[in-house]
Ligand binder design. Structure first.
Ligand code: IPM
Ligand code: MG
Length: 356
C-alpha cells in the first residue's frame, strides 16, 4: 500500500530528527512491503525566511491533501522578536486549526531503561509510569478573541477562554474511548471552582459519561492535578483537559518520565488523518550538530503508522526497535547517564533501522 506523507522539518533540530525518521520509515517500507512518499513543505521560521510568513497557503494545502503530516519542530530565538501573528508558533496553530486537529494525544511513559532520568523518588514511580494526556487542541484561550484596550490602569491585553458544548463533547469522547482501551479510568481536569468555561466543560463531560458506564470518571482542579502529578502520578491513566491546561500538564507529565527527548504526540480529528510530532522543541543550540535525540520523532512516526495507517504490527516493530537500541547501552546527550556510550542523531537512527 502507498501512503502520502507531508513532511514539515521546520527549524533547529527539526531537520536533523526528521531525516533519521524518514530513513526509519523507508526501512519499515522495505521490511513490510509499503511505500511511503514524502512531500517536504516549509513552516515556522523556515517559511518566514523564505516567504515572510510562518504558514504559506501551499504548505496547508499539501498537508490537507496528504494521508498524514510528520512535523519536526518550529521556532527559534532568531524569530522571537516578531509580532505575535508572525511568530513561527503561528504555523503550528494554523496547521492544527486549518487541519481541524482537535485532539492531541500525548503519552508519557517512563522507559524502564531510563529509570534513572526520572527526577522523582523511586518509591513514587515503582512499577513504572504510563499515562496519556488528551489535550483539546483547537479551542479555548489559544483561539478565543484577543486584543488590547485602554483602562485606568494603562493599556490592557486580553485573551478569552471560550468553549462550546460540541467542542467539549468531541474531546470528551476521545477521552472515554481511550480510557475504554486502557484501564477504564478517566480524569477530567478543569478549574470549575472559578471558570464558567470549566463549569460548562464539566457538565458536558458528565453528560458524555452516561454513554460510558464502564469508565470510572473523576474530576480534578488543574492546580491540584499539577501537584498530584508529582506527589502520586500512578493514580492517573488517561487525563482529558483543555488546550491551555493540557499544554502545561503535558510538559509536567513529560518531565516526570525524564524522557523529554523520547516522547511522541499525535494530533487527530475524526477519521484517520493526523499530524505527528515530538513533544520537544527546536533546540537551536544543538541544531545541525548530530546531537539531537531522534527517538521522539521516530516514535511519532510509529504513532502515525498505528493511528493514521492502521499498521499496528509495523508500529510495534518501530517501538521495540527503539527499546532494543536503549538496551544496547547507547544514549544521545539528552538521556545520557553514567556507564552509557554517547551516540549522535545519525548513529541512533542507524541502530534503530538495523533493529527493525
Ligand atoms: C506545544 C507547544 C506549543 C503550544 C507552542 C510551541 C505553540 O508548547 O505543542 O505544547 O503551546 O501548543
Ligand atoms: Mg507546550
Amino acid at each position: 500500500m502507498a501512503y502520502k506523507i507531508a513532511v514539515v522539518p521546520g527549524d533547529g533540530i527539526g531537520p536533523d530528527v526528521i531525516e533519521e525518521t524518514l530513513k526509519v520509515l523507508d526501512q519499515v517500507g522495505t521490511k513490510f512491503g509499503h511505500e511511503f512518499s514524502y512531500t517536504t513543505v516549509l513552516a515556522g521560521g523556515a517559511a518566514l525566511d523564505a516567504f515572510g510568513i510562518p504558514l504559506p497557503a501551499e504548505t496547508l494545502e499539501i498537508c490537507k491533501n496528504s494521508d498524514a503530516v510528520l512535523l519536526g519542530a518550529v521556532g527559534g530565538i532568531k524569530w522571537d522578536t516578531l509580532p505575535g501573528n508572525l511568530r513561527p508558533e503561528q504555523a503550528l496553530l494554523g496547521l492544527r486549526k486549518g487541519l481541524g486537529l482537535f485532539a492531541n494525544i500525548r503519552p508519557a511513559i517512563l522507559f524502564d531503561q531510563l529509570k534513572d532520568a526520572c527526577p522523582l523518588k523511586t518509591e513514587i514511580t515503582e512499577g513504572g509510569l504510563d499515562l496519556i494526556v488528551i489535550r483539546e487542541l483547537t479551542g479555548g484561550i489559544y483561539f478565543g478573541e484577543k486584543g488590547f484596550k485602554d483602562t485606568t490602569m494603562g493599556k490592557a491585553a486580553y485573551d478569552i477562554e471560550i468553549y462550546a458544548e460540541e467542542e467539549v463533547r468531541r474531546i470528551a469522547i476521545v477521552g472515554f474511548e481511550t480510557a475504554m482501551k486502557r484501564s477504564k479510568k478517566l480524569m477530567s481536569v478543569d478549574k470549575a471552582n472559578i471558570l464558567e468555561s470549566s463549569r460548562l466543560w464539566r457538565s458536558v463531560v458528565n453528560e458524555v459519561a452516561k454513554d460510558y458506564h464502564e469508565v470510572e470518571l473523576n474530576h480534578m482542579y488543574v492546580d491540584n492535578c499539577a501537584m498530584q502529578l508529582v506527589r502520586n502520578p500512578k493514580q492517573f491513566d488517561v487525563i482529558v483537559t483543555s488546550n491551555m491546561f493540557g499544554d502545561i500538564l503535558s510538559d509536567e507529565a513529560s518531565m516526570i518520565t525524564g524522557s523529554i527527548g523520547m516522547l511522541p504526540s499525535a494530533s487527530l480529528r475524526e477519521g484517520s488523518f493526523g499530524m505527528y510530532e515530538p513533544i520537544h522543541g527546536s533546540a537551536p543550540d544543538i541544531a545541525g550538530q548530530d546531537k539531537a535525540n531522534p527517538m521522539a520523532t521516530i516514535l511519532s512516526a510509529a504513532m502515525m503508522l498505528r493511528y493514521s495507517f492502521g499498521l499496528a504490527k509495523e508500529a510495534d516493530a518501530v517501538e521495540s526497535a527503539v527499546r532494543k537500541v536503549l538496551d544496547q547501552g547507547v544514549r544521545t546527550g539528552d538521556i545520557m547517564s553514567p556507564g552509557m556510550t554517547l551516540i549522535g542523531t545519525k548513529e541512533a537512527g542507524r541502530r534503530i533501522r538495523e533493529a527493525i
